[in-house]
Design a binder for this molecule. Structure first.
Ligand SMILES: NC(=O)c1ccc[n+]([C@@H]2O[C@H](COP(=O)([O-])OP(=O)(O)OC[C@H]3O[C@@H](n4cnc5c(N)ncnc54)[C@H](OP(=O)(O)O)[C@@H]3O)[C@@H](O)[C@H]2O)c1
Length: 263
């Protein structure tokens, strides 16, 4: 047994948004053996119930609620309700998210706004609701799931990139303001989940199980930032260092290469 993981996670109360699928689902599975008091939120209650049923022998407990993170009142009341039920709130895993192609030719206001409402505003509603509990208690951890897509303004992913950069900056600002709270921002590379299954350009793809293990270890080590896998971390930093004209040229060339050829 990994001692760092054991001593950090055992017995904690952990709220996870977006627990019905992909990374949120895998993180719940990865943590279940640590006797966690889980609060699981997402819109698809039946998926979370299936997960809880599957993990019922682990010794963890599960409080589940259908919640649309775009609805501020729903988020505030759900977080409060979980806190009352669990008696504490140790970790909030801010994970709900959607992705979309926001290229000029696929302009869709409704989808753009829904993306900003889910990935950015929904995350901020959840963080605020959790901080209302964590700040008076003098402790707690907020884990924000960003994306390697925030390395730069990526062609065709402008709206998604901006929500993830926005979340990253918001959490940096809160971390500077509230040193008593642990803030860990995680930027995953490509993980094989429904959010990107139709994307033909995924590379260095990880399974959700492997991704979950990497993330729960980083949080237990109280890392402030994690970009994974390692080669995505290197690419992220290299791309950020490129002078703008060279970045635009490279991004445009890569975008053209990745578009399906017209036959
Ligand atoms: N997979 C990757 O390669 C990758 C890479 C970088 C970052 N990420 C980030 O990782 C996070 C999880 O994504 P994933 O890969 O696990 O994708 P996923 O399998 O599609 O899961 C997305 C989760 O977000 C929830 N969600 C979406 N809209 C919601 C809403 N309005 N209210 C509440 N919950 C909502 C979904 O639950 P319901 O539909 O049941 O509400 C689902 O549980 C996202 O923030 C994503 O941007 C993923």
């Amino acid at each position: 047994m990994n001692q760092d993981l054991h001593s950090y996670w055992t017995g904690k109360s952990v709220l996870i948004t977006g627990a019905s699928s992909g990374l949120g689902y895998a993180v719940t599975e990865a943590l279940a053996s640590y006797k966690i008091k889980f609060g699981l939120l997402s819109r698809r209650q039946e998926r979370m119930q299936e997960l809880a049923d599957k993990l019922q022998e682990t010794g963890s407990s599960f409080w589940i609620k259908s919640c649309d993170v775009r609805n501020r009142d729903e988020v505030l009341s759900s977080v409060k309700e979980f806190h009352q039920k669990a008696g504490s709130l140790d970790v909030a895993w801010i994970n709900s998210g959607i992705s979309l192609d926001s290229s000029f030719r696929k302009w869709d206001w409704e989808a753009f706004e829904s993306s900003i409402d889910t990935n950015l505003k929904g995350a901020i509603y959840t963080i605020r609701a959790c901080l209302e509990i964590m700040v008076p208690q003098g402790s707690g951890a907020i884990v924000g799931i960003g994306s390697a897509a925030s390395m730069r303004g990526l062609p065709t992913r402008g709206v998604y990139s901006l929500t993830k950069v926005g979340l990253d900056y918001f959490l940096q600002s809160k971390a500077a303001e509230l040193p008593q709270i642990q803030f860990t921002v995680i930027h995953p590379g490509f993980v094989d989940t429904p959010i990107n299954e139709s994307n033909p350009n995924r590379f260095w793809l990880l399974t959700p199980e492997k991704a979950a293990r990497i993330m729960i270890k980083a949080v237990a080590k109280r890392k402030r930032q994690l970009i994974y896998p390692l080669r995505m971390n290197l690419l992220f930093h290299m791309i950020r260092l490129l002078p703008l004209p060279f970045y635009y040229w490279l991004a445009n060339k890569t975008m053209k290469l990745s578009q399906p050829s017209k036959t």
